[in-house]
Ligand binder design. Structure first.
Ligand code: SF4
Length: 400
């Protein structure tokens, strides 16, 4: 498995696979072929179908000088997020490179291994890690520390998450794009409780936090992927809610990020964290699973409870489709972040009460089920905006 830094990337929204990944591809190309002065970028699959709403064209034009974008909706490619960059010196073709944007801002060059990334962790499944920890009498945090030093980077991660949250709940107005979606985080945060349910205020706060960060992402601000831009509101909502509730220390938060990072990394390694590849279960589902493991850790759950919390959260996101309206990471994404955060807390709570020994389904099993389910989902429900809510929304618009 790669470094946990790959799960927590700091960058600008709204999409790790549609903005961060293509930007990284463009930066790679520029560095490798610095003599090019003109570019044509071809976008395929989901990048073509939802690239406008995800600002893929805007980020590429911003990164590559003298750049033309061609949206190719027809050509079939191996990976759903494929782009081809052609670099020219005046009118002479210098080089053509095909990239796959595989989620979380990572790219793979066609025909090559991911050159930039190297395996840091030798074990790829939760079961294997669990066995190793028992054998060595180690904790999961000690396991992470034995392979990489992350504390300083994670302090920065927490700061960026917090900044996005504060900024998100301070702003009013509408989000960029033609949907004219109203920002709602501030309204939620300051709303008076409308019900007598005793945790109404707590839940409203968690949702407001998730909205705040997801709205910042939708407007192209700086966020932390955890594990993707589209799902970036889930982890901060849980982290800062628990900070207020339990006075968590920075050390606890850093260690909690390590645990949640291992969960996200296992999903990224054995299944996918890309909505275009496996639907929203891979994005918000994974974020919710990571946040559930974080909450279980903060609430003093042991390793089995942490696994159970992560398993429950992912299991009950299975089948979640990716159908962003008009390709914007707004509807259903923002609301989905709020629900993903609530589900994370509920999953941790359920895991704490259940006896882990009664668990019949392991975290690894749910991860492989998620991949299987994702591969079975129709193309129209995997970040193409051709099915689901994206389709019915368009039909409604056409009728009106
Ligand atoms: S629906 Fe989910 S996976 Fe799809 S763009 Fe929105 S957050 Fe990402």
């Amino acid at each position: 498995m790669y470094s946990l830094k790959e799960i927590y990337k700091i960058g600008n929204g709204p999409s790790s696979s549609h903005t961060m990944g293509p930007k990284n591809a463009a930066l790679y190309f520029l560095q490798k072929y610095p003599n090019c002065n003109k570019f044509i970028v071809y976008l395929y699959g989901s990048l073509a179908l939802t690239g406008k709403g995800h600002l893929t064209d805007a980020i590429l034009i911003d990164t590559l000088p003298n750049c033309q974008i061609i949206f190719d909706y027809k050509t079939e490619t191996k990976h759903p997020n494929t782009l081809k960059i052609r670099g020219y010196l005046n009118d002479e073709l210098v080089k053509e490179v095909v990239f796959y944007s595989i989620g979380g801002g990572n790219i793979v060059i066609e025909g090559e291994q991911n050159a930039k990334l190297r395996d840091i962790y030798p074990l790829n499944t939760f079961n294997a890690i669990k066995e190793h920890l028992k054998e060595k009498n180690m904790t999961l945090v000690e396991y992470v520390n034995s392979y990489e030093y992350l504390d300083n980077y994670f302090i920065e991660v927490i700061e960026v998450m917090h900044k996005a949250l504060i900024s998100g709940i301070s702003k009013t107005g509408v989000l960029p794009g033609k949907l004219k979606v109203k920002r709602k985080a501030r309204e939620l945060y300051f709303a008076k409780s409308l019900t007598k349910l005793n945790n109404d205020a707590d839940k409203r706060k968690i949702m407001a936090y998730a909205y705040g960060v997801a709205e910042e992402n939708a407007s192209g601000s700086e966020v932390v992927t955890a594990p993707t831009c589209g799902a970036c509101g889930v982890m901060p909502a849980v982290i800062f809610y628990l900070r207020e509730k339990y006075n968590t220390t920075i050390k606890q938060e850093i260690d909690g990020l390590k645990i949640a990072g291992i969960i996200g990394n296992i999903v990224a390694t054995n299944a996918s964290i890309s909505g275009a590849y496996a639907g929203c279960q891979a994005e918000v589902g994974t974020a919710s699973s990571m946040a559930a493991s974080y909450a279980a850790y903060i609430l003093n759950g042991d390793l089995e409870t942490i696994e159970r919390a992560a398993e429950i959260a992912l299991e009950h996101n299975l089948g979640l489709t990716c159908d962003p309206v008009e390709g914007y990471v707004q509807i259903p994404c923002i609301e989905r972040n709020a629900l993903g955060a609530l589900r994370a807390i509920d999953s941790a709570l359920l895991a704490l009460y259940l006896n882990p020994k009664d668990a019949k389904i392991s975290f690894d099993k749910v991860v492989s089920t998620m991949l299987d389910t994702g591969l079975s989902l129709p193309h129209s429900l995997k970040e193409t905006s051709e099915g689901g809510l994206a389709k019915t929304f368009k039909e409604d618009e056409n009728e009106n």
